[in-house]
Design a protein around this ligand. Sequence first.
Ligand code: ZN
Length: 258
Amino acid sequence: MITAEQYDRLARAVEKNLPVSVRLNLKAAASAGDTDGMNIIGEIPGGAKKDEVVMIGAHFDCWHSGTGATDNGAGSAVMMEVMRILKTLRLPLDRTVRIGLWSGEEEGLFGSRAYVKEHFADPKTMHVTAEHARLSGYFNLDNGSGKIRGVYLQGNDAMRPVFQAWLAPFHDLGVSAITIRNTGGNDHLSFDAVGLPGFQFIQDPLDYGTITHHSDMDTYDHAIAADLMQASAVIAAVVYEAANRPEMLPRRELPKAP
Ligand SMILES: [Zn+2]
């Protein structure tokens, strides 16, 4: 991976048939000595329905060349702030609220997939555990530092009126988009794959796709404090509503084992 500016300069030269040579100085070593990752799990115990769970999460690993401020320090920081907000305000929560900060996302959602397999269902067999029936939903954040603009329904149209009601108080903060579309590549898919309601929020793209994503420019300078605070407030409200909603969240049909 190189930054877009470096790549573009090479590409322009190639287009003009100018000879391009690149000299790389790599001092790297690969090790198979320690291949374990670790998920970070925490929770605020619920009240009347404490055996039922609402989960939030983000991946905690990053690429090596930057510090991973936007991918995915931003998402992890927002989700930790959501827990802090709920805890600090001492809001009554019927259901238990649990956070998962996943490892190994960049190698293939390994952390969240392992957690889902251990706790909820193995997507290969679709044998579900007792916990599967008690997870109301999972909310993920992993598209950089931009503020929240809405949510992807992952094909679960029964969630549309639910999100419409939850997000209505945030229209003046620019949160209004609700799309039936699927968004791929992030940890909510591990839950979605076994029939659990898993969602990712729509965010302002900022310079995520063009500058910081997986590049050595993924540094603290590109984390926008005001946007992260907006995202924290929106998700804290969503989690509060999910934890206290009389019913569990509506689900799509349980997928069949392949
Ligand atoms: Zn990411």
